[in-house]
Design a protein around this ligand. Structure first.
Ligand code: PGA
Length: 252
């Protein structure tokens, strides 16, 4: 049995003030209050996590971090550990392409972050996806297959199933270009088959796979209708509570 789809808003380095973060969180809560059959999460910047957690306490909206350090503790300036995060959030984004780029992450480090997150009982939102060059070379499926295999190495099926794997083609993030629903479905099916080969058929049938990359109210319905897509990771359009709610309601 698959868990309900998960729609998550990745706020990145937005909105600019704490007050606006709290207002957006409340806006998402209120705009999605009537929606059933879908899990909803927001991923505010680290510094806003406590305020957003408090604003959403007792509501249906889950809180996610945007990254987690792969070490447990110690001299890692600006690092945020899984244990610290667990006090504020129940989910965490791991290996977002912007974090991979900005921090020069290898697959081994993404894997270490994922292991650290699940060890602290954080449900992971693992992001994978190819560059435009890889897509043009016709190698997207192979690339994502290798990424998922490396990233989930040593992570139990149970821990994977508590979270989600997000297929986010890098060329579609923040560009207004969305993968066609056929291309998105094809890669999400590959992700599911990798989970099958590393964690078994039951895990493959149950794992949730999100699509991310310029998801908007106008393209969400078609993407979410694909058999292997179980929700969305939304950047830009998650900064407007009403837009985000319009995306979420397509999965009903
Ligand atoms: P976007 O970002 O919706 O603005 O393309 C998606 C993401 O980075 O998760």
């Amino acid at each position: 049995m698959r868990e309900p789809p998960l729609a998550a808003g990745n706020w990145k380095m937005n909105p600019p003030t704490l007050e606006e973060c709290v207002a957006l969180a409340r806006g998402v809560r209120d705009a999605t209050r009537e929606l059933r059959g879908v899990e909803i999460a927001v991923a505010p910047p680290f510094v806003a996590l406590a305020a957003v957690r408090d604003a959403l306490a007792g509501s249906h909206v889950r809180v996610s971090g945007q990254d987690v350090h792969e070490e447990e503790r110690g001299a890692f300036t600006a690092g945020v550990s899984a244990a610290m995060l667990r006090e504020l959030a129940s989910l965490v984004i791991v290996g977002h392409s912007e974090t991979r780029r900005d921090h020069g992450l290898t697959e081994a480090r993404v894997n270490a972050k994922l292991r650290r997150a699940v060890a602290a009982s954080l449900a992971p939102i693992l992001c994978v996806g190819e560059t435009l060059d890889v897509r043009r070379a016709g190698a997207a499926e192979d690339y994502v297959r290798r990424q998922v295999r490396a990233d989930v190495d040593g992570v139990s099926a149970g821990d994977l199933l508590r979270g989600v794997i997000a297929y986010e083609p890098i060329w579609a993030i923040g560009t207004g270009r969305t993968a066609s629903s056929e291309d998105a479905q094809a890669v999400c099916a590959v992700v599911r088959s990798v989970v099958g080969s590393v964690a078994g058929a039951e895990a493959a049938a149950s794992v949730r796979i999100q699509y991310g990359g310029s998801v908007k109210p106008t393209n969400a319905a078609e993407l979410m209708a694909q058999p292997d897509i179980d929700g969305a990771l939304v950047g830009g359009a998650s900064l407007e509570a009403e837009d985000f709610a319009r995306i979420v309601q397509y999965r009903l």
